[in-house]
Design a protein around this ligand. Structure first.
Ligand code: BES
Ligand code: MN
Ligand code: ZN
Length: 482
C-alpha cells in the first residue's frame, strides 16, 4: 500500500473507490459540491434521501455512481465534527478503509479528511489501521490493503509523515496480534533488531547472563518459570546533541501472562498475549521518531519475559532483590508487570533522562476504573501529567489522571521485605500498582500510562479489527515531532 498526493482533478480521474468524508453540514463543503456537479444533482438527492449518511463512522457505499469514473462512491460520516477532530478523522478514515478492505482494490482516493497537518496525519494513520486486520494465520485472508491510496489536500511531506505514523501503529498492532508461541522474548528481540536497522536507531540486548550480572532480580524472578529466556532491550535514538538529556520510554513486555502460581482463569488468560503491548508501543514509537528524524534524544527500555508456572517459577512469599537494591515480598505472582518494570525503570535512570514515561498493560483495576477507551495516567509531577493528558487528547487518544496521594503507599509496605507487590485488597489497584513503580523512579519526573483497557479490543470497531490497537503510538510520535 502506497500513499500519493491526489491531483486537483480528483472527480474526473478514474479509481476503484472514491471516499468522501462528510459531516452534518455537508452541503457547504467543496467536496460535496464537486461531486454533485459531476453527477448533475444526483448526489444531492442521495444525501437527502439516504438515512443519516453523516452519522460518525457510518459508511454508505454507492455502486457505479453516475457521471464520475469511480467504481464505488463511499460516504463516511464525521457527525457534528465536535469531538476532537483528530479522533474523528482517524476513525472515519479507518472505518471507510476497513469497509473497502473486504476485497482487493488497486486505487482508493480519499477526499475531505483533515483540515490541519495533525488531522491529516491522524486520518492517514486511520486509513492504514483500517487496511490491516488480525487475520495473520488465516489460509484465506479477510483484509486486503489496496495498491495505491490517493489523498487529496496534503503535501508529499505530510503524506509521508502520516504513513510513517500509520506504519508504526500497525507495527505495534501486528506484534500484539502475534500469538505467544510465535512472539516471545527472543523473537521480539529479533523483530526489534530488524526495526532498528530499518529505521536507524541502536539496540543493546541483555540476555539472561547479563541480567544476572546486573542483578535484575525482580525481572528474572518473573522469567524464572519459563524455558524462554528473558531479554532487556535498551533502545537509543540520537536526534539532538550528546549533552541534551534524553527522554526515557519504558515498556512492559510480558509476552504471555498466565498469572504464574496466582494462575488466571481461562477467560482472563485467553488474551494475555497482549501483555507485551507496552513494549510494542515503545518499539513502534522508536520506529516513528527515527523515520521522522525528530530532534530529540530518546532512550527506550523494554523488559521481555513470559510469566508461567513450573518447578523454577517464583512463588508466593518469595523475597526478591530488585536492581535498585529494594527488597520485594511476593503476595501475588500475577502482579508481575510492576516487577519487570521495577528493574527497567532502574536501568532507564542510569541513562540520566530528563523524564520517564512508562507504558504498561498493568492492571485490570484500571479497566474497571476507566473502561476500554481511556488509559490511566499517574505521575509524580503535575505539569508533566497535564501536558501528557492534553496532548494525547488533542491527538484523539484519551488518558485520564488517577490520584497519587502518599497514603496509598502505606498499602505496599512489606512485613519481611521493604515493599510487597500488591496493595491491601483490590480497591484502588491501578493506583497501588503505580505507587509501587514510583518506588523505582527516584523522584525523577515520571508518567505511568496504564493501557490495560485500550491496548486490545476483544471485538472489532468499525475503524479497527479486534486485537491490538497500537494505542498511544500516534500521540507520542506526534509529541516528539512537535
Ligand atoms: N496483565 C495483567 C493486567 C491486565 C488485565 C491487562 C486485563 C490487560 C487486561 C496484570 O499483570 C495483572 O494480572 N494484574 C493483576 C494485578 C493484581 C494481581 C494485583 C490484576 O489486574 O488483576
Ligand atoms: Mn499478571
Ligand atoms: Zn501482566
Amino acid at each position: 500500500m502506497k500513499f500519493v498526493s491526489s491531483n486537483q482533478d480528483w472527480v474526473a480521474e478514474p479509481c476503484d473507490a472514491l471516499v468522501v468524508a462528510l459531516d452534518d453540514n455537508w452541503a457547504r463543503t467543496a467536496e460535496y459540491q464537486a461531486i454533485d456537479r459531476a453527477t448533475s444533482g444526483w448526489f444531492q438527492r442521495v444525501m437527502q434521501s439516504t438515512e443519516v449518511p453523516t452519522k460518525p463512522n457510518k459508511v454508505t457505499m454507492l455502486i457505479a455512481p453516475p457521471g464520475i469514473p469511480a467504481g464505488i462512491l463511499a460516504i463516511v460520516g464525521t457527525g457534528s465534527a465536535q469531538a476532537t477532530a483528530c479522533n474523528t478523522f482517524f476513525r472515519a478514515a479507518g472505518s471507510a478503509m476497513r469497509a473497502l478492505a473486504s476485497k482487493q482494490r488497486s486505487v482508493i482516493r480519499f477526499v475531505g479528511f483533515g483540515n490541519s497537518p495533525l488531522e491529516t496525519r491522524a486520518a492517514i494513520a486511520g486509513a492504514m489501521v483500517g487496511a490491516q486486520g488480525q487475520d495473520l494465520y488465516k489460509s484465506e485472508k479477510t483484509t486486503f490493503a489496496p495498491g495505491t491510496v490517493e489523498w487529496l489536500g496534503a503535501k508529499e511531506a505530510q503524506i509521508r509523515a502520516g504513513e510513517i505514523i500509520g506504519e508504526s501503529v500497525n507495527l505495534a498492532r501486528h506484534m500484539i496480534n502475534q500469538p505467544p508461541n510465535k512472539l516471545y522474548p527472543e523473537t521480539f528481540t529479533q523483530r526489534a533488531n530488524e526495526v532498528a536497522n530499518d529505521a536507524g536507531f541502536s539496540i543493546e540486548v541483555w540476555g539472561k547472563e547479563r541480567l544476572e550480572q546486573e542483578r535484575c532480580g525482580a525481572l528474572l524472578a518473573v522469567a524464572a518459570g519459563s524455558v524462554r529466556e528473558p531479554r532487556l532491550l535498551i533502545l537509543r535514538y540520537r536526534g539532538s546533541t550528546p549533552d541534551s538529556e534524553p527522554l526515557a520510554l519504558v515498556g512492559k513486555g510480558v509476552t504471555f501472562d498466565s498469572g504464574g502460581y496466582s494462575l488466571k482463569p481461562t477467560d482472563g488468560m485467553l488474551t494475555m498475549k497482549c501483555d507485551m503491548a507496552g513494549a510494542a508501543t515503545v518499539l513502534a514509537i522508536f520506529n516513528a521518531i527515527a523515520k521522522l528524524k525528530v530532534r530529540r534524544n530518546v532512550i527506550g527500555v523494554v523488559g521481555l519475559v513470559e510469566n508461567l508456572v513450573s518447578g523454577d517459577a517464583f512463588k508466593l512469599g518469595d523475597v526478591l532483590t530488585a536492581r535498585s537494591g529494594k527488597t520485594i515480598e511476593i503476595h501475588n505472582t500475577d502482579a508481575e508487570g510492576r516487577l519487570v518494570l521495577a528493574d527497567c525503570l532502574n536501568v532507564a535512570l542510569q541513562e540520566n533522562p530528563s523524564h520517564i514515561i512508562d507504558f504498561a498493560t498493568l492492571t485490570g483495576a484500571c479497566v474497571v476504573a476507566l473502561g476500554n477507551d481511556v488509559a490511566g495516567l499517574m505521575s509524580n509531577q503535575t505539569q508533566l501529567q497535564v501536558d501528557v493528558q492534553s496532548f494525547t487528547e488533542k491527538c484523539g487518544e484519551y488518558t485520564w489522571p488517577l490520584p497519587m496521594h502518599s497514603f496509598y503507599s502505606e498499602q505496599i509496605t512489606g512485613k519481611v521485605a521493604d515493599i510487597k507487590n500488591v496493595g491491601e485488597g483490590r480497591w484502588g489497584g491501578a493506583i497501588t500498582a503505580a505507587k509501587f513503580l514510583e518506588e523505582f523512579v527516584q523522584a525523577r519526573p515520571w508518567v505511568h500510562l496504564d493501557i490495560a483497557g485500550p491496548a486490545f479490543l476483544d471485538s472489532p470497531k468499525p475503524w479497527c479489527d479486534a486485537g491490538g490497537t497500537g494505542f498511544l503510538v500516534r500521540s507520542f510520535a506526534e509529541w516528539l515531532l512537535a
